[in-house]
Design a protein around this ligand. Structure first.
Ligand code: BES
Ligand code: ZN
Ligand code: ZN
Length: 497
């Protein structure tokens, strides 16, 4: 979809469908009344006859007789003016785009005049709109061979806006960059694991390293052995595809030694290993590298946005599979940090590979480390699928992430990481066990395990198990991998000082 802007009158718009935003509040604004008059009263007719109340993402399509460059108008509700948020804009336009694409529309015009309510900066309005449109249009079609099964796509979207064009355009450019990165992260998550193995993630990271100031390095098994990454190596034992430890650096502030470290869980398939998972939904475990995909894509976006920050993504990548050589329940393994771990359940593998990555992070003397991981089913039980679990050891970092979550739309909710939980991770015969001794609280005890590997830096952990994958089609987003975490990481990097 090509996105452009125009300062022409919207009545000059040349498109198949014109999208108009409306709010719940009555009476209608002077501006809307004027537009309605020009369009022959269709808005007030729709409100009366179609009982259109302009609730969030409510739509009604109206045909226009003639005399305009467009033949249909889609009225899109944005809810209450006072409650208008960037997320509401993003989901609203997403709903319109998805709907219009289904009805074969190829060219749309969207009218955006000064939005009311809470003060929303122009640049963020434009960014959210372009991002919402492009992520709504995404479909994973690589393996469809029959052309008629392919979805139709919107070719052109033009914003007719009363906002200052230069600033609005800046927002669009950023929105396009971030949306592309999100959609790439979704590609990585949707790719089946017979294609997306650890080497595939390496190829994707190397592709991004072609961008100025980005560098990719990969630790192979031999180097992992030298660095005593025994936890990552143990998880990879049962797999045929070799593990990879990916390091993707962007140096946007070369004179500075400050680093923001992003760590992403890169399990390209999680069968559970010897503690094998039930068959139902096991196919979905191809997205267990969503954290890794998100941090690779975040670096992609940060580099294209040319942010003045040094950021590195660390991705321990492997499959978790059973075999005669696989690690087993009861095994005691080492780790790069030197701590010993009693493996009680081979399905709690994410925390093991993250332990070695979090230890590796130390050498950057990071300002902060944030990990993104589809870590626990318990997090899905606790919070559902609309919000990621957030835990950490530093309240100001937690605060920053909460703010980034609000702005980016990747919403987060903090869970308590109290020391009682850490006690539950002690083993009788090794330093740690990989699952808790107690009942419940699995999202927190997993984080408590990670905390054991963090000594010298501020750290936050995002459990994205519930948010990284969508089993239901949403009006503004298709099924499958969601790309969660990319926008949040970008927002965090932007705010970084
Ligand atoms: N990758 C899973 C967590 C997961 C579950 C992600 C559902 C997305 C959706 C993780 O490796 C895992 O299997 N965790 C176990 C931990 C348990 C053995 C303590 C779990 O959540 O069941
Ligand atoms: Zn697992
Ligand atoms: Zn897993």
């Amino acid at each position: 979809m090509k996105i452009s802007i125009s300062s022409q009158s919207l009545l000059e718009a040349k498109a198949q469908t014109l999208v108009l935003f409306l709010f719940e509040e009555k009476p209608l604004s002077q501006e809307v009344l004027l537009i309605d008059k020009e369009l022959g009263g269709i808005i007030q007719t729709a409100i009366k006859e179609e009982k259109f109340t302009a609730k969030r993402s409510e739509t009604v399509a109206v045909n226009i007789s003639k005399g305009f460059g467009f033949t249909r108008v889609l009225l899109l509700g944005l809810g209450k003016k006072s409650k208008l948020s960037l997320l509401a804009l993003r989901q609203g336009i997403g709903t319109a785009v998805k709907m219009l694409a289904k009805s074969n529309v190829q060219k749309i015009a969207v009218y955006v005049s000064k939005l009311p309510g809470r003060k929303l900066p122009t640049v963020q309005v434009a960014e959210s709109l372009s991002l919402g449109a492009l992520t709504a249009e995404y479909q994973f079609t690589e393996y469809k061979t029959v052309k008629k099964d392919l979805p139709t796509r919107i070719k052109e979207l033009t914003f007719y806006t009363t906002y200052p064009l230069k600033v609005f355009n800046k927002g669009i450019e950023a929105g396009v960059i971030i949306a592309n990165a999100i959609n790439h992260a979704r590609d990585y998550g949707n790719q089946p694991s017979n294609k997306a193995n650890p080497s595939y993630l390496v190829t994707m990271a190397q592709e991004i390293a072609k961008t100025p100031k980005v560098r990719c390095r990969v630790l192979e098994r031999e180097e992992m052995k030298k660095k005593k990454m025994e936890a990552l190596l143990a998880v990879s034992q049962g797999a045929v595809h070799p593990p990879k430890f990916i390091i993707l650096e962007y140096k946007g502030k070369p004179a500075s030694k400050d680093w923001l470290v992003l760590v992403g869980k890169g399990i390209t398939f999680d069968s559970g290993g010897i503690s094998i998972k039930p068959g139902e939904k096991m196919d979905e475990m191809k997205f267990d590298m969503a954290g890794g995909g998100a941090v690779i894509s975040a670096v992609e976006a940060i580099a294209h946005l040319k942010l003045t920050i040094n950021v590195v993504a660390l991705i321990p990548a492997t499959e978790n599979l059973p075999s005669g050589e696989a690690y087993k329940p009861g095994d005691i393994i080492g780790s790069a940090a030197g701590k010993t771990i009693e493996v009680i359940n081979t399905d709690a593998e994410g925390r093991l590979i993250l332990a070695d990555a979090l230890h590796y992070a130390k050498q950057y003397k990071p300002k902060a480390v944030v990990d993104f991981a589809t870590l626990t089913g318990a997090c899905v039980s606790a919070l559902g699928t609309h919000v990621s679990g957030l835990m950490g050891n530093n309240s100001s970092l937690i605060q920053k992430i909460k703010q980034a979550g609000e702005i980016s739309g990747d919403r987060v909710w903090e869970l308590p990481l109290w020391e009682e939980y850490s006690k539950q991770m002690k083993s009788d015969i090794a330093d740690l066990r990989n699952i808790s001794t107690g009942q419940g609280g699995g999202a927190i005890t997993a984080a408590a395990f990670l905390l054991e590997f963090i000594k010298e830096y501020s750290w936050a952990h995002l459990d994205i198990a519930g948010t990284a994958w969508s089993t239901e089609e949403k009006p503004f987003l298709g099924k499958g991998a969601t790309g969660t975490g990319v926008a949040l990481a970008v927002e965090l990097a932007r705010k970084w000082k």
